[in-house]
Design a protein around this ligand. Structure first.
Ligand code: HEC
Length: 117
């Protein structure tokens, strides 16, 4: 009899309506799908957007601490040598320029991007 009750309970549970899949929206603290334009007079983001989004997000890079120019250069070298990133050598300078300029604007950029996202 117990077994019958357990089976009945299972049947009732099994027949419970399955909730429909609904889109769920979550708010990430810092949301940038592309490397942003840094504004007038700043290096363009084209080179970094063309070379650095194949494997990870822009956020991942933008959430790093501010680095010096030499440290960013080492980072680009590491992407190429360790992770085999197909970064066009002709784009290195533009990428490193952008990253260095970005680092100097980091606190302001973080707050403006999280406010707009
Ligand atoms: C071929 C794939 C690939 C490409 C393209 C790529 N990366 Fe990465 N990158 C990685 C991997 C893998 C990691 C390590 C991720 C992890 O630890 O979660 C990483 C991590 C990073 C980090 C975090 C710090 C670190 O050293 O782990 C930074 C900053 C970064 N990448 C910048 C760049 C920049 C700038 C470019 C363009 C020049 C670039 N990446 C292109 C694969 C790539």
């Amino acid at each position: 009899m117990r077994r019958v009750a357990a089976l009945a309970a299972l049947l009732v549970l099994g027949a419970a309506p399955v909730p429909a899949n609904r889109p769920v929206s979550i708010d990430l603290p810092f949301d940038a799908t592309l490397f942003p334009d840094l504004g007038r007079g700043a290096p363009a983001a084209d080179a970094i957007n063309n070379n650095c989004l194949a494997c990870h997000s822009a956020e991942m890079v933008l959430n790093q601490p501010a680095l010096t120019r030499a440290e960013w250069a080492a980072e680009v070298t590491k992407m190429r040598s360790v992770y085999k990133a197909p970064v066009a050598p002709a784009d290195d300078a533009a990428i490193i320029d952008w990253l260095t300029a970005m680092s100097s604007r980091l606190p302001a950029m973080r707050s403006s991007l999280s406010a707009s996202g």
